[in-house]
Design a protein around this ligand. Sequence first.
Ligand code: SAM
Length: 281
Amino acid sequence: MSSVNDQQARFWSDLAPTWIRFESELEEISKLPGLIAMDRLELAPGQRVLDIGCGSGSTTLELGARVAPSGKATGVDIAPEMLAYARERAARLGAGNVDFVHADAQLDSLGESAFDAAYSRFGVMFFSDVVAAFANIRSALRPGGRLAFVCWQNALENEWMLVPTMAVMSVTGSPPPMPEPGQPGPFSLADPDRVRSVLAAAGFEGIDVVPHTDAVVTREDQIPDFARRGTQVGAAREALRDAGDDTRRRAVEAVEAALRDRVEHGEVRVSRSVWVVTAST
Ligand SMILES: C[S@@+](CC[C@H](N)C(=O)[O-])C[C@H]1O[C@@H](n2cnc3c(N)ncnc32)[C@H](O)[C@@H]1O
């Protein structure tokens, strides 16, 4: 593995235990947008499909189910800790047509024309050279192969992340360290024009970038769980990186209060906005 994405590899390896612990809650945020992008691939049994930045593997398992019994899904990720969990889960579920490969999707060969389709759920925003990464992904696709992924629109359109982050900032008194525009991070592909130009520069054709916005709905009695999770991932986690126990406790209380302020009819709704992107080789 090369070193230009080492910082991301360390970041995701460090986050993996938290990611796995909160997996079912994080699925509530990611699942629906991920399925919308996956449906765009119109996968059929027998196909070979690549899952980029597969994390703990839930989408790889779903891709495997869609191409079973003769097809195969391969998840790649830069963080070995994520893959260890994904492999263990696939074995537990007896999913025989998935495998997981430790690789940097930007730099490591993913195979020449080895896949009919490539997919990612929020796993393609962390490359140091995004054009090189998508060119590498493209070379792993057969001629006429399809790409579909989902990435975040900007933070203002994503209250599920913005509300906890603002509440934490009200406690810490300073904004979390954020990547410069265009640098690797959850919002690096938030500009749809950038998505189009990156994919075109990487050699993709038929590029389609479609917005999807809805709400994440949480019952009032689940607010404490939402607040705990909301301070352990994303920008709120970064804002609390060096915080002591007291600051952390006050941050969770502040997030809870911010969410309770928004309760209507026994539930709180926060916006979620993504780009659903498709292209072909
Ligand atoms: C936001 S998580 C998404 C995980 C998973 N797709 C999901 O939806 O649950 C981003 C994932 O991308 C992986 N990642 C980041 N940079 C990568 C790279 N250069 N090559 C492969 N995977 C990478 C991270 O390790 C992490 O698991």
